[in-house]
Each structure stands twice: as structure tokens, then as C-alpha cells.
Design a protein around this ligand. Structure first.
Ligand SMILES: C[S@@+](CC[C@H](N)C(=O)[O-])C[C@H]1O[C@@H](n2cnc3c(N)ncnc32)[C@H](O)[C@@H]1O
Length: 192
């Protein structure tokens, strides 16, 4: 397994490089629809790079970060509430959040299908989910998939269409944006 617990300093220094500028622009614009002083959840937050991007454009939001690696959360920004836990069992009530992010984390979840159900459960109707992932059908994505398997990570990489379908199964309406070997899905919580 990748020793995330020991990689906090590395992620703190370098994780912003994973996210292309064009994604950051899309992310910032999707945050504009979150109500004033809304609650947002960063799942598999690591050291909280997505929350940091978000806080630059929406200082009014209330941030919660959840991750099973204490060694990652230790490097989280002070403005966020930090919770030790897993995406498959989110310790929050139904419809607790106006927005949820999962950046470069979903393929690490041991049970992504269950986690997707949890993401939908904690998001209010009409709330926005932002997922950033690696496309395993690209050359770089295939290499990363192979590398993570060597580390015995779950490596649950899904192609953009597959993840969009899975999100739709639990009531999300999805728009996919592709960035070469990476992609984002902006999904709105519909029915339910
Ligand atoms: C590649 S890091 C990405 C961290 C951060 N989102 C970023 O972009 O820098 C993946 C993160 O997923 C977390 N993770 C692994 N399994 C998880 C699970 N079941 N539920 C939630 N997070 C998990 C890891 O601890 C790690 O912090």
C-alpha cells in the first residue's frame, strides 16, 4: 500500500501540480453556485489542496476534510475541520453538505461503489460533486494504474464514461471534462 500516513510533507509540497489550470478554473466556477457560508466536504482530502484552491475563491465556505491518514491531515490548512475516516462510512448526517470534492482519491477507495452512495447521501439535493480522476485508458493513466497495482493499492480506476454511469446510478447528473490523461466530473445531485 502507498504509505500516505508518511507522505504528508510530499503532498503538501507537490499535490497542486496534479491539477491543471483549466481544471482549477472550472472548479472555481462550479463553486460559485454554492450558497453563502455553505458547507463543503473534501473526501480523501490528503493535505487539503482542493480545499485550499476553493478557499481562495470562496473564503465564506465552511470546510471539512476527511481522510484515513492522520499523517496527511496533520498538514491540512487551519481553516478546515479535520476528520479521520473513510469515504465508505462518512460520519455525517444525510444532506449535510452543499458541495463535495474528491480529488485524485476515488481510485484509492477500497469500495468505490459504496463510497459513491455515501457521497450522494451527504450531499443535499441540487448540491454539486466535483471529482478529479485519472483516465486508465490513456497511456499515462495505464502506467499509473500499473504502478499502483505494484504498491497493492486498490487501483479502482474508471474511464470517464464508466464513472459518470456509476454516479448516474445513484442520482447524479454529470458533465465530464477531459484533460488528456486526467478528467473531471461536475455532478449535480438530482433525485433523492
Ligand atoms: C493521491 S492522495 C490525494 C489527496 C488529495 N485529495 C490531493 O489531491 O492531494 C489520495 C488520498 O486518498 C486517501 N484515501 C485512501 N483510502 C481512502 C478511503 N477509503 N476513504 C477516503 N480517503 C482515502 C489517502 O489517505 C490519500 O490521502
Amino acid at each position: 500500500m502507498i504509505p500516505f500516513d508518511r507522505l504528508g510533507p510530499v503532498f503538501k509540497a507537490f499535490s497542486s501540480l496534479v491539477y491543471p489550470r483549466v481544471f482549477r478554473t472550472l472548479f472555481a466556477s462550479s463553486l460559485q453556485e454554492v450558497p453563502r457560508a455553505g458547507s463543503v466536504l473534501d473526501v480523501g482530502s490528503g493535505t487539503g489542496i482542493l480545499s485550499q484552491f476553493a478557499c481562495k475563491v470562496r473564503r465564506d465556505l465552511l470546510f471539512t476534510m476527511i481522510d484515513p491518514a492522520a499523517g496527511m491531515l496533520r498538514f491540512a490548512p487551519d481553516f478546515a475541520r479535520r476528520v479521520l475516516g473513510r469515504a465508505e462510512d462518512l460520519p455525517f448526517p444525510e444532506r449535510a453538505f452543499d458541495a463535495v470534492f474528491a480529488g485524485d482519491s476515488m481510485h484509492h477507495f477500497s469500495d468505490p461503489r459504496r463510497a459513491v452512495g455515501e457521497l450522494r447521501r451527504v450531499l443535499r439535493k441540487g448540491g454539486v460533486l466535483v471529482v478529479f480522476e485519472i483516465d486508465p485508458s490513456s497511456l499515462i493513466g495505464a502506467m499509473i494504474t500499473g504502478g499502483e497495482k505494484i504498491f497493492r493499492e486498490p487501483a479502482h480506476f474508471l474511464k470517464p464514461g464508466e464513472l459518470a454511469e456509476r454516479l448516474a446510478e445513484v442520482g447524479f447528473e454529470c458533465v465530464v471534462s477531459r484533460y488528456d490523461w486526467r478528467y473531471a466530473i461536475i455532478a449535480h445531485a438530482g433525485r433523492g
